[in-house]
Design a protein around this ligand. Structure first.
Ligand code: ADP
Ligand code: MG
Length: 230
């Protein structure tokens, strides 16, 4: 069953949509009769589920921890952990949602090859969000972190982060750099297709439509047959 690779700018709403997709798929795969065992399993893998810090993406020399081999070694280690986690569960019985930046096309290609080796398809769920909006979310997260250290700050107009969301912010230079490095998925390539898009403004009905289309394409009767030598 498919590997669904979520991708989008930092703080663009990826985790929110990944969780919505998780809930949607959980409903779709639930057996109608409780005495029958579930045919499929569902997994959500992310930096957060593997406790990977945002700092692993920071390439500024001053931010690299002393024990790290080179500026991007920590990110490579993080990718290896994510890869291992995907590989452990991916099969023709498992739906795997990989929630993360997934911004390097070579990385998406590698995941595509892994899925193919497991004879299961992959697709991309791109989260569309303007850089301005995503930046505001990250700035709000930074403000919240500062508030926790020095309580008493004011809430600002346009704040979207609910109480209780303790997601780590990106340091501003790290955020800018990740947006600069972001490699847009290209649905003309086989590893970035099929590609489904949900944008920030999509309401519940529109999001459901996109999820329905993802389900029909990836798990419906016409689901792709993957042969490893293709
Ligand atoms: P990311 O995983 O890309 O960092 P999150 O899903 O954690 O982004 O979202 C960042 C913040 O924006 C969260 O507080 C979330 O509640 C809010 N948010 C995300 N998507 C939307 C949306 N479509 N509409 C309104 N708020 C959203
Ligand atoms: Mg997230």
């Amino acid at each position: 069953m498919p590997l669904i690779i979520v991708t989008g700018l930092p703080s663009s709403g990826k985790t929110t949509r990944a969780k919505q997709l998780y809930d949607y798929l959980a409903q779709r795969i639930a057996p109608t009769d409780s005495s029958t065992p579930a045919k499929y399993r569902l997994h959500l893998i992310s930096d957060d589920t593997l406790s990977i810090s945002r700092t692993v993406y920071d390439l500024s020399p001053s931010k690299v921890p002393a024990h790290t081999r080179s500026a991007n070694a920590s990110e490579k280690d993080a990718r290896a952990a994510l890869y291992g986690a995907v590989k452990r569960v991916l099969s023709d019985r498992d739906f795997v949602i990989l929630d993360g930046l997934n911004y390097i096309k070579g990385w998406r290609y590698q995941l595509h090859c892994e899925a193919k080796a497991m004879r299961t398809p992959n697709c991309i769920l791109q989260i569309g969000c303007t850089p301005d909006r995503a930046r505001r979310v990250n700035e709000e997260r930074i403000r919240k972190e500062q508030q926790q250290q020095h309580p008493g700050g004011e809430k600002q107009d346009g704040d979207v982060i609910p109480e209780g969301d303790t997601t780590e912010a990106y340091e501003p230079g790290n955020w800018d750099n990740l947006v600069f490095r972001y490699e847009e998925p290209n649905p003309m390539t086989r590893w970035d297709s099929p590609l489904f898009t949900v944008i920030w403004e999509d309401d519940e009905a529109q999001t459901r439509k996109t999820f329905d289309s993802l389900w029909d394409t990836m798990a419906g009767d016409a689901k792709p047959v993957v042969r490893p030598n293709q």
